[in-house]
Design a protein around this ligand. Sequence first.
Ligand code: NIG
Ligand code: FE
Length: 415
Amino acid sequence: MRIVLENIKELVQIEDSTVRFKAGTNMSSLPVLKNAYLVMRDGLIEGFGPMDGLRDEKLDNDVLVELDCTNRLVFPSYCDSHTHLVFAATREREFVDRINGLSYEEIAENGGGILNSALMLENCSEDELFHSAIARLHEIAMQGTGAVEIKSGYGLSTQSELKILRVIKRLKRQSPMVIKSTFLGAHAIPLKYQDDRQKYIEMLIHEMLPVIATEDLADYIDVFCDQGFFTPIETEQILMAGVKYGLRPKIHANELGLTGGVQIGVKYDALSVDHLVYLGANEIDALKGTDTMPTVLPGAAFFLGLPYAPVREMINAGLPVALASDYNPGSSPSGNMNFMVAMGCLKYKMTPEEALNATTLNSAYAMGVEGICGSICVGKLGNVFITKELPGYANIPYHYASNLIETVILDGQII
Ligand code: NIG
Ligand code: FE
């Protein structure tokens, strides 16, 4: 089946052939075609061009849907390369505690935070988790996301970690989104292992990883390598084990301090290092010329009141930058990528072009789907969204809290 979008005011992020990602000054380039058409067939992008070229397309009776996009913009769906959207319950009580003065780390030390999520998840069935997660996926799909990475990490026992990863596997089968799965058993040390951390790490390596590999439950492995969580040495130990099972690292690094996480990520050829609130010249140097995507999570910095990562310095140094939502109940209870684009512009001083590259092409790379998502390119998936009537793409970050998306197409089908 074919679907044809006509009279598009701006077709954003077009490519003749796709690049892996955009870095440095290239992040300023966002190719746009005005007064354009776009044809999708059987779930893939078949062609696009200026409107007056549409009559040359060999459109036969097969055209089932024609959509008039007069005054509307069309974007490739966002790729959200970092989320924890399988969770049992929200944590608004901690939100109020933080308003009243407790820090994120103090809440975690008192058994709140990640451990609290793990406790709630233990008592939640796989079906319950699946249904709440699919509702969240639908929510972010309608906000323009077409590909999402989802981490485990609210299990912290073999049984619960596997439960989350099995839920993600079901989501992969049943959702029209492109989904990647990441094993984050090393999200926190459970209370009963606080005096024997190594025992928990051994369990991750010898109990969880073998089953994950056998059941093909994860694409990547993650560790929360930060102050108060996993040390660089522990992180190396876990990553080494994951790599043996063919899981490429994608790690939480430098959210709470200059902890060496970035350097370890680079050493193990991580696909991405994420958060980067604390990033100095050494970290920037370590990232230069590597295949590791520096990924900034504006939602978590905003929600926790953390400093903002030095994105301008990173781009000026020639690095690529991706933006992701970190959708989770503790530090970023929103997966709205439009807001991440707005935050990129407002708080990180990115131009709209840079912020849109960071949430499409670069974040596609950060989750390993740049060959099929992240731009309007013939052969890529028909994952796009159509806006309401708008003057131009800079209106997305400008109207930072409005819902500007009118129609969502995933896999070439209107959602
Ligand atoms: O990416 N930083 C570590 N993990 C999550 C937060 C987890 C939580 O508070 O539940 C994050 O921000
Ligand atoms: Fe995270």
